[in-house]
Design a protein. Structure first.
Length: 943
């Protein structure tokens, strides 16, 4: 069996379709991984890297004393599979194969991915022959050629890729950890540092500083307007910029009609057709169409994988002789651009244009096959069209311009006008993305006199350098040797996602700037491009087998250790610097309550975060925020028009951010409902309260009634009532929040379950707190979507919680509650039906205390308390009752509990009722009554 390993699933499928040449291709899935087979051949796609480089175990703990950030430099690295199912299937196929061809992308990264696959194959099969197919486009011709003459895997090229991988991980991990720990940052808030990323950020920061320190200079420019043959023509003063206004003013005053034409020169200018696209040139051109670098590359890679264009990661701007340009033009005749293609075939230049860089790996980006808008969709089609038209332009003739320069004299002052006319449009016919603006002047003759219609003296200012756009930055990175064609756009995307830069064009954030400046000050090897350029040079040496990977990595380790010598010596200063300067990024604006403090986001230990005032404890104003599990609170660019406070956003990895917006608007709206429930708080009063910075029921409770009455212009009685209503509302809110927590704790989260929906349904049924929940019917819970079994459990829990709460509210100390609970006395009603004697005996609590508790509970329940009995009375009753023949000790307590404390009491009782109250047999009671009567009768006789 012949196994072909492609870089992605989609390319595996296409390669199979091409090589099968009409034969049926069968797709098979195993563990979610597809293979494509025809005849004796099977193709399988990787997912780029299927293994990942990581440090050996032990280095994961950031705060380890043993494994310090510096220790990561020399830490051993291991390869861990990240796509286990692909790895499994690849190794399984390797055992069955008698030939394996690696067909990953044709560049350093692709070679490394191929080498990783090779290692996995070798671990499964030591002897199977492995070869390599290299192609620049997934088209029939390229693929067939590549498989007809396969070569060996280029281990030197892969080693270069591996060296970069190792060095990047080493630099990134150790420096990120060092800086984050120094600045006491962790979790989602770490400060990342990278070998390419940091020098790139530093360029953006430097540009910002240039802009800030730029001092604009005023200058003046003169122009005049004349007319010839009904056409207005503008001419500029030959001096260009005037630095002094008086000089410009003198020229202005001297400029007088008539305007004499002193010279007319015409010429022609060659307008060269553009050179082929390399990655950077492509990204720049795509940016003009509105595509970000990352987006343009993503689309281009997709087009490549589907065979529409060649491999988009290339440094080459010269078509190799092997490229079949005529063949490509032929296939493009089937594209929607047939007319343009045919025009180019008819007008094709002798030799295609060429750029400055020529390399052997890939041809420049070119179209590989026809495509239509229907198949690709709008965005991909625009990128496809760009690549196709650029290809056509490189084969089209140069354009020819007619140039014209006219020199005028007005009162001794020289003015000039220039024109340009396209004589031969050449490549502009097929490439509309580069504008060809014509300025056609009317015919002028030397010696001719014309009117001066208008003279303008413009005051202007010199402009600061422009911020980098993404594409300009990529060009600059390329010039400096920062990153590679494959990584530059990813580095920029990373800077944006790490919140180091923002906006278009790019500008640094406070954090981005602070981190860069701190590093610059203490270890500028990390922020300067030199080190990374050196590594690029070393990689070239590895590719040429002039140096080994180990050697290069070792040298890089040395450089990094030197940087750490500087960094560690200044750890404290770096940390404090970053900490104090980034505090600013959490400031939201002036505190609306005290008017002098600053409101800022505060993160406490654990997951608590809130917004507080810098004047705490003098100003206690604060706004609660959801815990960090919902997202880390950050400030955004927007500012509330009403409160002048910056907006707040909760950001969470892998989730859509949660926009809180203006924290005060949020605070007000989230308390609006509860405030509206306060009966005595009318809407106009609510408006007044807001103006007084009273936003919640709790704020209201804390206010002094006298002050409230004056401030709201209401009577003191109304103010007192308002405050009391607010207190009641707070109690209600507290109970509701308890109930919310209770439900969250007792209902297991599951897919499709929304606690908000459950609460809403329960609220509709009048269940808003634990008390109402304890008394609720199971049916109510079921209508809220809770299963019967769960409902029974929740109700049981709610009842027991409610009892405990009630006892607590009544004032029974928790220790006693626990003892009663253990004795099975679990409902307040028990205190009115079970005699204190029994309660005391069962719970072990002294009788006096039980009486006190029974008084409290029965008073609370508004039911009669049991009659009190002292020990002496008790002893007396016991003796009297025990005197009745047939009475036993066991019967005493039940009788006492039923209120029978003496013989007369026993005689007065209805045996049937007493039996029910005591659990004693009816006949037994009757017999006791007979005996008791005898005793009473005897007493009377004795008298
Ligand atoms: Zn304040
Ligand atoms: Zn607001």
């Amino acid at each position: 069996m012949h196994v072909i390993v492609a870089e992605k699933n989609i390319s595996a499928r296409r390669i199979a379709q091409i090589l099968a040449s009409g034969k049926r291709v069968t797709e098979k899935k195993e563990g979610g991984v597809s293979t494509y087979s025809f005849g004796d051949t099977v193709t399988i796609g990787l997912r780029g890297h299927v293994v990942e480089v990581d440090f050996e175990p032990g280095y994961q703990n950031w705060r380890s004393e043993l494994y310090t950030p510096r220790s990561l430099i020399d830490a051993k690295m291991i390869k861990v599979p990240t796509e286990k199912r692909i790895v499994y299937l690849l190794q399984k196929l390797a055992k069955q194969a008698d030939r394996i061809t690696i067909a990953t992308d044709f560049d350093t990264e692709g070679e490394l991915i191929g080498k990783e696959a090779y290692d996995l194959i070798r671990a499964a099969s030591r002897n199977v022959p492995v070869d390599r197919a290299r192609f620049s486009a997934i088209t029939q011709q390229e693929i067939q050629n590549a498989f007809a003459k396969t070569t060996a895997l280029d281990f030197a090229l892969a080693a270069a890729g591996e060296a970069r991988q190792t060095v990047d991980l080493m630099w990134g991990a150790s420096l990120t950890r060092f800086i984050s720990l120094a600045a006491r940052r962790g979790g989602q808030n770490i400060l990342s540092v990278g070998r390419v990323q940091t020098p790139t950020l530093s360029m953006i920061v430097d540009r910002e500083k240039e802009i800030e320190s730029f001092v604009p200079e005023t200058y003046w420019q003169l122009s005049l307007l004349t007319e010839k043959a009904g056409q207005e023509v503008e001419a500029r003063h030959t001096n260009g910029r005037f630095k002094e206004k008086p000089a410009a003013q003198q020229v202005y005053d001297r400029t007088k009609a008539p305007l004499l034409v002193t010279d007319v020169t015409t010429g022609t200018k060659q307008d060269r057709a553009p050179s082929p696209f390399d990655t950077t040139g492509f990204i720049v051109a795509a940016a003009r169409l509105g595509f970000t670098a990352a987006n343009a590359m993503r689309i281009a890679e997709d087009l490549y994988m589907n065979g529409f264009i060649s491999y988009p990661r290339t440094d080459n701007t010269v078509y190799p002789p092997s490229l079949d340009i005529t063949g490509i033009l032929k296939t493009l005749q089937n594209s929607p651009f047939r007319k343009d293609v045919e025009w180019v075939i008819a007008h094709r230049r002798g030799v295609p244009t060429r750029g400055k860089k020529s390399s052997t790996d890939h041809p420049p980006i070119h179209p590989a096959g026809p495509a239509s808008r229907d198949v690709l969709g709008d965005d991909a089609f625009r990128i496809y069209e760009l690549v196709l038209r650029r290809f056509l332009a490189t084969l089209a003739p140069d354009a020819q311009w007619k140039t014209e320069k006219v020199v005028f004299d007005a009162g001794g002052e020289g003015y000039t006008a220039t024109g340009g006319q396209l004589l031969e449009p050449g490549w502009h016919v097929v490439y509309p993305f580069s504008e060809a603006k014509e300025v056609i002047l009317p015919p002028f003759e030397t010696g001719e006199k014309l009117p001066v219609k208008n003279v303008t003296l413009d005051e202007k200012e010199t402009q600061p350098p422009a911020r980098y756009t993404q594409s300009r930055l990529i060009q600059r990175m390329e010039e400096l040797g920062l990153g590679t064609k494959s990584t530059r756009h990813e580095v920029i995307a990373k800077l944006v996602s790490r919140k180091y830069v923002e906006g278009t064009p790019l500008r640094p954030t406070v954090v981005g700037r602070v981190v860069t400046e701190s590093l610059e000050q203490h270890a500028d090897t990390i922020t300067k491009p030199d080190m990374t350029q050196t590594l690029e040079a070393h990689m070239q040496q590895i590719k040429g087998s002039e140096r080994t990977r180990e050697d290069v990595v070792k040298e890089s380790r040395g450089m990094l250790h030197a940087a750490f010598d500087q960094l560690e010596a200044h750890e404290r200063a770096i940390g404090d610097d970053i900490l104090s300067r980034t505090a600013e990024e959490l400031n939201l604006g002036t505190c609306p309550v005290c008017g002098t403090g600053t409101l800022a986001i505060k993160h406490l230990r654990g997951s608590t975060q809130f917004i507080g005032c810098s004047r705490y404890p003098d100003c206690t104003f604060n706004i609660g925020l959801p815990v960090t599990q919902w997202g880390w609170a950050v400030r955004t660019d927007e500012v509330c028009d009403r409160h002048r406070l910056s907006f707040v956003r909760l950001v969470r990895k892998g989730a859509r951010p949660w926009d809180i917006g203006c924290p005060l608007c949020h605070h007000i709206s989230s308390n609006r409902e509860s405030l509206s429930e306060i009966p005595s708080l009318t809407p106009p009063l609510q408006g007044k309260l807001e103006a007084l910075h009273i936003y919640t029921a709790s704020d209201l409770v804390k206010s002094e009634p006298g002050w409230l009455a004056t401030a709201l212009d209401i009577s003191s009685a109304d103010a007192v009532r308002l405050k009391q209503d607010a207190e009641a509302e707070m109690l209600l809110l507290k109970k509701r929040s308890e109930c919310r927590k209770f439900l969250r704790n007792h209902l297991t989260p599951r897919k499709g379950r929304s606690y908000a929906a459950i609460q809403k349904a329960l609220k509709g049924a009048g269940v808003t707190d634990i008390s109402s929940l304890a008394h609720a019917d199971a049916a109510v819970l079921r209508t809220a979507g809770i299963s019967e079994q769960e409902a029974a459990q929740v109700l049981g829990e709610a009842r027991s919680v409610h009892t405990l709460q009630t006892f607590k509210e009544i004032g029974i100390p928790p220790a006693s509650i626990r003892k009663y609970h253990a004795a099975g006395i679990s409902s307040p009603g028990d205190f009115c039906t079970i005699h204190p004697l029994i309660l005391s005996k069962k719970s072990g609590i002294s009788l006096g205390t039980v009486y006190r508790h029974a008084d409290l509970v029965c008073g609370y329940l508004k039911r009669p308390a049991p009659k009190k009995m002292t020990k002496l009375q008790l002893e007396k009753s016991r003796k009297e009752l025990m005197a009745i023949p047939g009475m036993t000790e066991e019967m005493i307590l039940p009788l006492l509990q039923a209120g029978v404390a003496d013989i007369l009491g026993l005689l007065a009782a209805d045996p049937k009722i007493l039996s029910g109250q005591t659990g004693l047999q009816h006949e037994k009671i009757s017999r006791l009554q007979v005996s008791a009567k005898k005793i009473k009768d005897n007493e009377i006789i004795r008298i």
